[in-house]
Design a protein around this ligand. Sequence first.
Ligand SMILES: Nc1ncnc2c1ncn2[C@@H]1O[C@H](COP(=O)(O)OP(=O)(O)OP(=O)(O)O)[C@@H](O)[C@H]1O
Ligand SMILES: [Mg+2]
Length: 266
Amino acid sequence: MKIATGPGGHPAGRILAVASGKGGVGKTVISAGLAHAFSKLGERVLLVDGDLGMANIDVQLGLSPDADLGDVLAGRALLEEAALPVLGGAPERGGFDVISGRSGSGALAGLSAQAVSRLASGVTALALSYDRAIIDLAAGADAATLRLALAADDVIIVVTDEPTSLTDAYAFVKTLRLRDEGAAPLIAVNNAPDEGKARAAYATFRKTCESFLGFAPALAGCVQRDGKAPDAIRAQQLLAHRHPNCGAARDIEALAGALARGLKAA
Ligand SMILES: Nc1ncnc2c1ncn2[C@@H]1O[C@H](COP(=O)(O)OP(=O)(O)OP(=O)(O)O)[C@@H](O)[C@H]1O
Ligand SMILES: [Mg+2]
């Protein structure tokens, strides 16, 4: 049987989940930025808002979807019908498709385990029509978030250099590996004041994981603190579109490059 491969030679439909322990660490900024960056590398990309309680990709990107995950889960739309193109959806412009959650409602927070499993299966099936799907997860490690993370081929945990972020991320790694002992999530350090502090935060985190879990997560990359990120959110635009070549956008591009080259846990 011939297996379809994407532009990088990897199997089409590879799923990347972007997680964190603590909220507000930059998962959505990084998820949307990675979608754009992978697209510029020639991939067809699907970005899914997997934050079922507090979805907000549509708000961050200024989208007005006709259908969202709420409609899909209520049987009013098919998953693929909820995919809205951003920047024409075309890789040559860095475009991609977005499936929005139900922003500002919290209505999807209490989904049954079966409904979340159906959603995970649906995303896995739809991802085969793309080179890569990115799931922007909710903060924390509740059952729905873990279920979506376990459906992914790669998991990145976004951390900052704050101890609260690192302890919550540790809890996420521990919980994920209790469910799947082979899980090897990668780390992205976001919003550190400088590269040295970012790397020091990662070193602390790695040491803790090694000591207590016998597992050392690899560093996928660091994204610098950049005032252009909140500015882009206020303008409801993609960071790399509003501020092409700003520091954080360049770092996210480098992160996408490392992932596309198939970075694996060290
Ligand atoms: N590299 C950065 N530099 C400066 N500010 C940043 C950076 N990354 C994210 N931010 C800011 O942090 C805030 C939270 O970002 P974002 O919404 O992406 O976090 P999140 O992890 O998705 O949050 P939630 O857990 O609520 O979903 C935003 O105001 C954003 O502008
Ligand atoms: Mg978010």
